[in-house]
Every structure is written in C-alpha cells, then in structure tokens.
Design a protein around this ligand. Sequence first.
Ligand code: ATP
Ligand code: MG
Length: 300
Amino acid sequence: MELATPHAPADASAQASRGWIRVENLSVRFTSRHEEVLAVDDASIEVKPGEFVTIIGPSGCGKSTLLNVVAGFIKGNDGCVTVDGVPVDGPSIQRGVVFQQYSLFPWLSVRQNVEFGLKMKGMRRFARESSARTLLGLAGLLAFENHYPDQLSGGMKQRVGIVRALATSPQVLLMDEPFGALDAQTRVVMQEILTNMWQRFRLSVLFITHDIDEAIFLSDRIYVMTARPGRIKAEIKVDLPRPRTAEMTSSPAFATLVQQLRQLIREESLAAMGTELHDGALGGFATEVGPGGVCNIVNG
Ligand SMILES: Nc1ncnc2c1ncn2[C@@H]1O[C@H](COP(=O)(O)OP(=O)(O)OP(=O)(O)O)[C@@H](O)[C@H]1O
Ligand SMILES: [Mg+2]
C-alpha cells in the first residue's frame, strides 16, 4: 500500500536524521512608502532533526516574520536560512505549515482537504484516500472524514490542519500560534495530540506561541525574542522527561521554568508596549478611584 512515508516505522530513523533547520544572522526589513521596519535583527536559531523548538516573545517582535522566512513565504535581507543544508528559496511541501487561522478549503470535505497535497504530489486516488484515512484515524477524526470544515469545531478544524500538513511527509512542521484561537481546555487536549503525533512522526517542529505553559509543555528548547526589532534574547532548555503529562505542569521544575520565562517576557512586553505603560496604565494603580467611581476623579 502506497502510504505517505512517515507512517512506516522503518522510515522513522531516516526521517529523524532530516529536518535540520538553521537560521543564521537573519535580518528582515519591511519597507513601505513612509518607513522602514526592522522586524528581525541578526537572529540565529537552530532546530535539530526531530527536535521540538518554540519561539516566544512579545506581540510584533518578528516571530511570524522569522517563521515565514523558514517557510519560504518571504525572503530575509541578510543572513542565511537552510533546511538540511539547502538554502530556503521558496515554499516547499518538505515544510508543512499550520497557522492560527484555519486555512482549510471550505468546499472540500475533511478527507479531501487532507488528500489535497497528496494529489498535488501525483499520488493515485486509492493510495491517497488510504493515507488520508490512516492519518485521520491517528488524530481521532476518521468519523468526520466526509464532513465539511464549517461542520467542525475550532479544535477539530485545527486537527485537520495538522493532519493535512503532515500528509505530504514534511521534514519540518512550522506552526504559528496554531492553538491561539482555541479555548483553554481544547488547547490542552490539542497539545497532547500534537506531542503524540510529533513523537510518532519524529519530525522537527518550529512552533510559535504566546503561552508560556504551552511552550514548556511542548518543547525541547525555547527561544525568547526581544521586543522589535526581534533578536534572540535567551535560549531555555526544557529538561522535562518525555512523554510529557498533565501532572508535570504542577511539578517544581515546571514552575521554575514558568517563572524564568515570565520574567524574560515581561521585560520585553513592557519594552514592546512603550513608556506609556509606565507613565499611564501601570502607574494608574496608584490612583484611588474610591466607591464613587470615576466621577470622583473627573469632578475632583
Ligand atoms: N508585510 C509587512 N509589511 C510591513 N511590516 C510588516 C509586515 N509584516 C510584518 N510587519 C511588521 O514587522 C513586525 C513584526 O511582525 P510579526 O508579524 O513578525 O510579529 P509577531 O511577533 O508575529 O507578532 P504577533 O505576536 O502579534 O503575531 C511588526 O512591527 C509588523 O508590523
Ligand atoms: Mg505572529
């Protein structure tokens, strides 16, 4: 049976030796008519084969820009981005991408969405149906193969998105806040499904999130970016055993990592949001509003 390669256990070690992402001294500038924005400044990161690496940082610091360069959607101005030593010069099915917004084709059924990339690769109908059904089964979605995206919950849509990205046997999976739109409970379940699938497929994942707990739960290593222009401020190794379990999130080791990351990110978030917070919103805690409410302040 012509299944997509990562499903075959014999391929697992070969797969694990591929997918080495290297970003070296990357800078990205956006130029509009009025201004030039330095979005990423001299950033270097690495995702080793089979590793799960997360980038975290304040809003607007350049995380998506960096990921989009690795995806091949945009080009950097300086520096070098390679996957397995080959410079990235455009999108490739070797690099699966999952975004926060569900990017399923609404006119295709769940299975047809998953089959899409396989069809583009020229896989025959029976083989691609079979591959799609195997993958949907792994994600607990087989019962929904003939549903359409608008009949699915957000969590299900995102699971289909992940399955679709995995269907073409990519070497790397690039995920830009894939669970950002989901409620907290669904998010936790999705994290477990993702780690489960990542362990089976042994691919390299570059993941972006704002959520510190999510970053720790999922990752082998975490890069913290500075406020814009985004530089790499810190690299944190997550030495928790695999497979990760929900109980680990209440362990002292987990709490220490949370504290460390919270401190690093808070400094950058304040920098990103500018001095108005010091002067206004945060300083405002010193102002007593009192039981009369805001009228007391307005009327003196
Ligand atoms: N196509 C573009 N043209 C001009 N400026 C852009 C473009 N894309 C991004 N930027 C700017 O580059 C900076 C980095 O944006 P980016 O989307 O990478 O940030 P981010 O870290 O992903 O933010 P968020 O956490 O809010 O998603 C921002 O200031 C943004 O306004
Ligand atoms: Mg972003």
